[in-house]
Design a protein around this ligand. Structure first.
Ligand code: SF4
Length: 392
């Protein structure tokens, strides 16, 4: 099994608002045998899609259907020991053991909120930080917010990740690995819903996000319901159209956050490239092509987008679009200028909007005691690393 040292860690009793460091380093004796010999690097199969796995088998002179069997062992059954894959020949098992491995992500730091929200900081092989947030709610839903990039290039003014810039795109394995880690820790029912709404913009890491979604929603992959899997975007209009044409069964969420081009461009620089008119055209195309409704995410900022004029602008904007609007009070980020509106203001906004919109939901802020907003934990990462380096 992967990350046995991490799993051991998880067996220790948790605490509320816990802050835990997870070290997973492996120490090998530094012995020089005087040989000019470099051990063969094993290929990590994490992130291999079904097609890649079948191609791998063909390249090894095996029947492609063996790839399907291995795919199921790794992602669905979570058996990572090739020697125990009993429907493979002994020869194939040995070859896999010699040349391949399946290693998922390593958690560096975990924080747990009093409301049950957990935030996990992973350190990738090249030391880049990413975050995953697991959010339980009172209805039994457990939503996992998955990252698709380390950092983000889009610089939304209210977002901690946006202050980091783009470090790099995540690989397919690094996206899927976040969910595998959660299943390893919490079992098959670790999460019910998946949203690609963590660090980064999914539609700017399009190919890897789509390949990851295929593994996640394949019934012999992670087996997650496509209808409970949401791809979220801040509005990369051409890619919304491309996504619609793929015919996936996943859901789309659009972070709107302002209902006029002028206001939107003030807080989301991406709006200068893909303006609101273009975005709404793309969303209309998406709903028509897929026959699904879209979710608009609207974060309420005090005295910025929470007035009656904003209610009216928003209701005009969405006219004729099958949609749901999720309202969420801003989860403040230190050093950023925006403020959270009062609960009364959020409630007032929802009541004004509801008769004018097909469906309005007010989402509760979760994990406020652990800075659960996207990028806040990884944003502290350079500080943490500097401190660690100073000690070493
Ligand atoms: S809100 Fe999303 S798209 Fe905007 S900067 Fe943050 S991570 Fe990037």
């Amino acid at each position: 099994m992967i990350n046995a040292d991490v799993i051991d860690f998880w067996d220790s009793p948790g605490t509320s608002a816990a802050h835990e460091n997870v070290e997973t380093n492996c120490f090998l004796p530094n012995i020089d045998f005087g040989l000019n010999y470099a051990p063969m690097q094993k290929e990590n199969l994490l992130g291999y899609t079904l097609g890649r796995m079948e191609n791998l088998m063909a390249s090894l002179g095996e029947k492609p259907y063996k790839g399907r069997q291995i795919f199921k062992w790794l992602y669905r059954i979570r058996q990572y020991d090739f020697s125990l894959m009993t429907n493979l020949t002994k020869n194939l098992r040995r070859k896999l053991e010699e040349e391949y491995t399946f290693e998922s992500l390593k958690a560096e730091h975990v924080e747990e909120s009093q409301d049950g929200t957990r935030k996990i900081l992973f350190r990738l092989n090249d030391d880049q930080p990413i975050e995953t947030v697991l959010i339980p709610d009172e209805n039994g839903r457990k939503t996992v917010c998955v990252s698709v990039q380390a950092g983000c290039a889009l610089g939304c003014r209210f977002c901690a990740t946006g202050t980091m810039g783009l470090l790099r795109d995540l690989t397919v394995g690094e996206i899927v690995g976040q969910l595998i880690y959660l299943r390893e820790r919490f079992g098959d029912n670790a999460f019910t819903n998946v949203v690609m709404m963590g660090m980064g913009e999914p539609l700017l890491n399009f190919e890897n996000t789509i390949e990851a979604v295929k593994i996640i929603t394949d019934e012999i992959g992670l087996g997650q319901s496509a209808r409970k899997t949401t791809i979220s975007t801040v509005g990369i209009s051409p890619k919304i159209i491309k996504l619609a044409d793929l015919g996936l069964k996943t859901r789309l969420a659009v972070s709107l956050n302002a209902a006029t081009q002028e206001k939107r461009a003030k807080i989301m620089p991406v709006a200068e490239t893909f303006d609101l008119d273009e975005l709404m055209e793309a969303v209309k195309y998406y709903t028509e092509k897929t026959g699904t409704r879209v979710t608009f995410e609207y974060i309420l900022f005090k005295d910025f987008n929470d007035s009656m004029a904003d209610v009216k602008a928003l209701s005009r904007l969405i006219q004729g679009i099958p949609c749901k609007i999720n309202l969420l009070a801003y989860n403040p980020v230190k050093e950023l200028e925006f403020e959270r509106p009062s609960d009364e203001q959020v409630d007032w906004f929802a009541r004004q909007l509801y008769p004018r919109a097909p469906m309005v939901m007010v989402r509760k802020s979760r994990g406020m005691d652990i800075d659960a907003a996207c990028g806040q934990l990884a944003g502290r990462y350079p500080e943490r690393r500097r401190a660690e380096n100073a000690c070493s």
